[in-house]
Design a protein around this ligand. Structure first.
Ligand SMILES: CCCCCCCC/C=C\CC(=O)SCCNC(=O)CCNC(=O)[C@H](O)C(C)(C)COP(=O)(O)OP(=O)(O)OC[C@H]1O[C@@H](n2cnc3c(N)ncnc32)[C@H](O)[C@@H]1OP(=O)(O)O
Length: 284
């Protein structure tokens, strides 16, 4: 297993140009012929809420990008206002038990695939990124964001305990004290605040510029041996990955117990309703 991973890294050409088919519907893959960098776009209307199918497509696309030996992966959204609204709350409210289980397993898989991805990863955050949206952005190695958006883990504000992989992501990006406070308070940061605390690396004024910045970040590795780069990344992340594997089954059962709790269901119903009400108010 390890050996084949090494071999695939060794034979990776530094700047191959290739186009990839997009077998999935809720994500698209676009490989830049000049740079060899793959842009993976979330494309579930209206707000990229992460349901079972989107997570499944994301997993398949990440694998496809790795298998096709792209030079790097940029994650972005086709919506010009929302990067991702996080988990699809409809999958959690009055849930179908099998789908709820699958939802969490797929979310764990996506986190794992991106956290341990051999390629350099970057997020072009072209809109709001609450909760699961923040998870996708902060699992990447570099982030650039558009103004007037918000990002953060708002779980505790919803009465939800953020899972350990949120903590791993934040601890990679923020000083421990800031990470702990923002996770436990469920803070949502404006773009400007996110830049100030280091949650994002840069702010730009358009999606095109965001993609350019991500490309430049990935290019900083152009002269670095891909195997050495990847192994250095794995070394930094090994302890988190090991803890995740140890706690993965327990994490799934906690999620299921949590969402099946009557109080949680009541809270979710009220929250979902308030989101819908917001739209009704806007329409008045
Ligand atoms: C180990 C222990 C585990 C314990 C359990 C852990 C569980 C961890 C779980 C969760 C992580 C999550 O990701 S929970 C999701 C959190 N997300 C949010 O709180 C986002 C809420 N949404 C918004 O803030 C806004 O919608 C937006 C900023 C993302 C977009 O705003 P915009 O104005 O563009 O769009 P609308 O608000 O009008 O929304 C359009 C439409 O979508 C519905 N909606 C919004 N968010 C969600 C969502 N996350 N899931 C499902 N549906 C969502 C909204 O109600 C509107 O619906 P209607 O068109 O029907 O009115």
């Amino acid at each position: 297993m390890m050996r084949s991973k090494f071999l695939s890294l060794l034979i990776r050409a530094p700047s191959v140009c290739r186009s990839m088919s997009t077998a999935t519907k809720l994500t698209t893959i676009d490989v830049n012929d000049k740079t060899g960098i793959a842009t993976l776009t979330l494309n579930r209307s209206p707000i990229n809420a992460l349901n079972v199918e989107l997570l499944q497509d994301l997993n398949e696309s990440i694998k496809e990008i790795e298998d096709n030996k792209s030079r790097g992966l940029i994650l972005t959204s086709s919506n010009d206002k929302v990067f991702s609204a996080g988990l699809d709350l409809n999958e959690m409210y009055r849930p179908d038990k099998d789908r709820a289980r699958l939802l969490w397993i797929k979310l764990q898989d996506v986190w794992l695939a991106l956290y341990s991805c051999d390629l350099p990863t970057a997020a072009a955050i072209n809109g709001y990124a609450p909760a699961g949206g923040c998870l996708l952005a902060t699992v990447c190695e570099y982030r650039v964001m558009l103004p007037k958006c918000r990002i953060g883990f708002n779980e505790t504000q919803l009465g939800i305990v953020p899972p350990i992989f949120c903590m791993f992501n934040f601890l990679n990006v923020l000083p421990r004290r800031v990470a702990e406070r923002s996770l436990s308070q469920g803070q949502m940061f404006t773009t400007e605040q996110a830049l100030q605390i280091g949650l994002v690396d840069d702010v730009v004024s358009s999606k095109g510029e965001a993609l350019d910045k991500c490309t430049k970040f990935i290019d900083t590795f152009a002269k670095v041996n891909p195997l050495a780069r990847s192994l250095a990344k794995q070394q930094f992340r090994a302890a988190d990955l090991q803890r995740f594997q140890t706690e993965r089954a327990k994490d799934l059962e906690s999620f299921l117990a949590f969402i099946n709790h009557p109080q949680m269901q009541e809270g979710l119903g009220i929250y979902l309703n308030s989101l819908k009400k917001k739209q009704q108010l806007n329409a008045v």
